[in-house]
Every structure is written in C-alpha cells, then in structure tokens.
Ligand binder design. Structure first.
Ligand code: BG6
Ligand code: MG
Length: 220
C-alpha cells in the first residue's frame, strides 16, 4: 500500500531545470564547450560537480583543470544560478503540482523531497512550499548521487516507510533509474524517450493524477 510520495524538485515542482541549463550553458560557452538541450538531458538530476565533469568530458578538457579550478568553475555556475532563482515566487510552482500535493495530503500520504540540489530548501521557501516538505534529504549527506538509489532510500527512511510503500516522481533519466533501483513505483514527467524506464509517465506536470497513479501501482 502506498503511504508516501518522494519528489524530485528541479523540473518537477518548479522549472529550475531551465535555470540550471542556462547557467551551465553560459559557463560552457565561456570555457569553449558549447552544448545544446539534448546534451543537457544528461545533466538533469546530476550533482553540481558531476555535471561539471560531464561538460568537461564533452569538451575533452577533464584534465585541463585542477580540483581547485573545477571548484571555482562550479561556484561560478552556482552564483549565476542563484541570480536566476532570485526571481522565483509561488507562481512558479509548475501547473498541477499544488493540486497533486493537496491530493496526496488528503489521502494522508507523507511527502519528502529527494533533490540533488543544495539550493533545494531555499527554492522551497521561495515557492511557499516549506511547510509541505518537512522532510528533505540533505544531498550533502549522500555517498552517491542519482542514478544511485541512496537519495530515495533515505527519503523513505526519513518518512518511516519502506521504499515499496512510496512513489518517486522525477523528470530526469538518472532520477527514474534511482527510483526504480530503490524499489519504488516510478512516475516520470517528460517525453516518452527520456522517461522510457518509468513505471508511468506524463508529458506535463498538469497531467499528474494521483488516482490514476494509485491505480497503476495496483495493476503493476
Ligand atoms: C538537481 C538538478 O536537482 O540538482 C541538477 O537536476 C543539479 O541539474 C543538481 O546539478 C545540483 O544542484 P545544485 O543546486 O546543488 O547545484
Ligand atoms: Mg529534476
């Protein structure tokens, strides 16, 4: 029986996935590694330093920078990202998400946040969703990032639930892989190609329907 829902943040609750893309793109262009949205799909759900490594790999520049220089580049991206997220208000909650959260609460489902982002708590605050997510997995406490299941397993643990009693909602391929490996029912938001490993997917957050998801869990 489903008793909890573990949410990704960026690209599920709000469209910060776009801000991450813009900030990385600016840094990529500055260091001579331009990339497009298709490549950016590989960065979704991936930690800040791992994202930088992937970009450097794309440009064959992994060995061009010392660890200190890499940290400075990641810091620069984050400063740009923090500028972009200053504009976030509750009106930036993606369509359907507030209703979906309300539906979860009225079914007494417990909610947790499992985001790789260290900016997650600040974003929840700007969205006015801090109260809804009393349970947040601290990404700094993790040994491994998505696609490793650790973050979702921790999310369930913090809720006092078993992974199989939870649904995981994600927009990243790495995130769906993590939810599946945790043993949760995976709900993807995105296109059919990148969400092909999800137990159920919808193209837009507005199409998330708790009844339909619970039905699909029962039919699995
Ligand atoms: C994830 C995003 O939620 O958080 C990634 O999908 C991002 O794109 C990661 O790199 C880490 O975020 P932050 O805010 O700590 O740099
Ligand atoms: Mg995401």
């Amino acid at each position: 029986m489903i008793k909890g829902v573990v949410f990704d943040l960026d690209g599920v609750i709000t469209d910060t996935a776009e801000f991450h893309y813009l900030a990385w793109k600016e840094l990529g262009e500055k260091i001579g590694i331009p990339f497009d949205r298709a490549f950016n799909e590989n960065l979704k759900g991936i930690s800040r330093m791992d994202s930088l490594e992937r970009i450097l790999e794309l440009g064959n520049k992994q060995n061009h920078y010392s660890q200190e220089e890499k940290e400075a580049l990641a810091h620069e991206k984050n400063e740009q990202y923090k500028e972009l997220i200053k504009q976030i208000t509750p009106s930036d909650i993606l369509p359907g998400i507030s209703t979906f959260i309300e539906d979860c609460k009225s079914k007494q489902l417990k909610l947790a946040l499992a985001s790789a982002s260290k900016n997650g708590p600040a974003i929840l605050e700007s969205l006015g969703l801090k109260e809804e997510f009393g349970t947040i997995v601290d990404p700094a406490s993790l040994a491994k990032g998505k696609p490793d299941p650790e973050i979702f397993i921790k999310g369930a643990e913090l809720l006092g639930l078993k992974a199989e009693e939870c649904i995981g909602v994600e927009d990243a391929e790495a995130g769906i892989a993590a939810v599946n490996a945790a043993g949760m029912f995976s709900v993807g938001v995105g296109n059919a190609e990148s969400m092909k490993a999800a137990d159920l997917f919808v193209e837009h957050t507005a199409d998330l329907n708790l009844e339909a998801i619970l039905q699909a869990v029962n039919n699995k």
